[in-house]
Each structure stands twice: as C-alpha cells, then as structure tokens.
Ligand binder design. Sequence first.
Ligand SMILES: Cc1ncc(COP(=O)(O)O)c(C=O)c1O
Length: 396
Amino acid sequence: MTVPYGTRLAARMTRRLGRACVYTPSARLALYLALRRWCRPGGRVLMSPVNDDVILFVVLAAGLRPVQAPVSVWDGNIDPDAVPESTWRGLDAVLTTNLYGMPDRVVEIRRRCDQLGIPLIEDAAHAIGTHVDGRPVGTFGEAAAFSLSKHTAGMAGGFLAVDDPRDRRELEALRDDLLVPGRLRADLETALRPLARSAVRRLGLVRPVWRTLQRLGLLERDGYRMDLHAARLAAGAHKAPSLTAYEPWVRVDLHTYRARQGPLVRGQLGVRLAALDRTLTRCRAGVTRLSDSVWATPLLRERAHDGVLPLFRVPLLVQDRDTLVDRLVTHGVVAGYLYDPPLDDYAGEEFADPSPAPGPARWFASHVLPADPLQAGRILRALHREGTGPARPPGR
Ligand SMILES: Cc1ncc(COP(=O)(O)O)c(C=O)c1O
C-alpha cells in the first residue's frame, strides 16, 4: 500500500492538535475540501465579510452561496447575536474566520450549529496556537483549515483537521483528485522566496524592493482586493462546483495552491513546523507589547490579559489608515492582510447575500492595521513617529 501524500507532516500536526489531519498544499484547498465534503451544492454558508477575497471565491467554487454576517466592530469576526433568526434558519453551514488569530465566538456558534443540525467549518488559517477555554481553535468544528504560509513564513502548506478520523481517507482521495503535478522550478521558488524575503528585511531593503515591485506592476493586486471580473465570475457559476472554473480567482497570491509539492518543499515545511512553538513564543512577546499600546482595543487588552492572543497579526485601530499603510513602507513595514471593503460591498448581491448590518464591518475594515507581532518594536516606533491617532468606533 502506498503512503498517502504528506503523511509525515499530517502526523506532526495530528500530534499537535489531537485531531486527524490531512496535508494540503494550502489552506484554501483544505477549505474547499471541507465545503465539498460537508455542504451540498446550492447550500448557504454564513461567513464574515471581513475576510480574504480568495475565501469568497473558494465558497463560490464549491457551488455555495456566501451569506455575509454582521460582525463585531472590535474584531471583524461574526457577531452571532446580531445574525437574524430567519438567517440562522436558512443556513447550511457556518464558516468562521478567527481573523488575525482573534478567536471567533466559537462556543456560541457551535451551540447554534448543533441546534440547527448544520456543520461548523473553522478557518484557522490565522489561528494556529490560539486557544478558547483551553481548547485549540480548530477543534470545535466538523473540520478546520490551517495555513502554514502564515505562521511559519513558508510559501506553502496547509492542513484539514477533522473531528471524525474516519473522514480522513475520503478527504485524502478527494484531495488527490484535485492536486496538479508539481514542478521542480516552482518548488525551488517556493523554498527560496521566504529566504529572499527575510534577506530583504535584514538588509533594510523593504522600501526600495516594494516600491519597485509596485512600479513594475509585479504585484497581483493593485489595491487590497483583486479585480472581480464580474461577467467572467458569473459565467463560472454554471460550472460550479469546480475549482478549475474559479482558478483565476482562487490561486491569487499562491499559484501553487494545489500543486503536489515535492520533498524539498515538504522537508522545509517539516523544519518550519518543528520550530513553530519557538516562533509562537516570539509572537506572544510582540502581541503583549502591541496590546499595551494606545492603538489596541479594549477587547484586545482584555483578551490578552486572559491569555487569548492574536498571534498572526494584532488588529490595531488607527486613524487615516490608508495613508498610514503607504507611509509605513518608508519605515520598512509592508502591512498585508487588509480586507477592505467588506466582501458584500466588494462582490455585490449577485455573488453574496449582504449583511443586514454592514456598518461595523465597514468601520473595522477601514480602520484596522494588522500589525505583525514579530515586528512590534519597528511598528510601534513608526506609529509614534507618524503621530498616528488611535481610532474608536462611533459612539464607543
Ligand atoms: C482568513 C484566511 N483564510 C484562508 C487563507 C488561505 O490560506 P492559504 O494561503 O494557505 O491558502 C487566507 C490567506 O491569506 C486567509 O487570510
């Protein structure tokens, strides 16, 4: 019998999480597998509109209708109390975000899903190492997707963790059908890019390199969101569920998202995964510094005090965010993971049910500065030098 693809990495993650895991080349592929396995085509999936556009396209590719939830103005995650009863009753699944590593109100959401008899899929791409009531994010849902690109600074790797280990074989087979052959050249790029990135940072070359990439048009997005190409997107709906039909949207920022990477990439990911706890310890120190700053929200401070830390990025709230993001490049800081405008404003009613209360998502998405805890000192110095004011939601 042949050993399933990515078995060693999956075994490592299984030990870490205490749940059966399937290795995938990316979290987006893991989410696609989960949605295909647990939702019937045409189903309605509740999700936060403050999310990566790629995830909206993954939901569409799975043949599902994205239903945009009202969110908390403090962290951009689903506000379960604000979701109308009629919306709850029309759902087929819930997809959490755990945005930047701030956990969703997952205990409450789990309870609602159980009452309604619908699956909970956790997007834990930002949340390796975040716990809720002593339990890791990614162990509450029927399935959870993790991304190694985020916490280990690799340019690849993900897992689908499942509640019932009997699902593993079926998901591995589904994954294998979706994988495309890897290429040595792409694997070399995947292995070398993180090294090049950290060299650029160490040499203080972030600003010239970033500006050059911008000028040469080498970045895949001009703004925070990719172009929607609405007419082409609508044509894709006739072929859904299909990853191939949605490939131009789903692959953005990670063209190898479903490539069968070879031993070079998987070996490097193994090394990075082994170092994960050390990386997370460094992140914790940075989160503590950032959550003590004037730009931190009361929720962030309260959560940090309870040991619930957003280890991927710390959501600071700042005035004049867009100007600041541009200015930060001169301080050697490239702020990524900005999800503005919210997905319902971005995609429109043709592609998503709009949130019944869009205000908090709009406000949060346009004021949040996701700060990398590993760059806490540099970011805090830059915010002081720029005279950045903290932002507070209207009426709070
Ligand atoms: C919230 C969220 N989920 C999932 C993903 C996809 O992760 P990956 O790049 O590993 O496919 C991203 C990517 O940025 C993300 O921001």
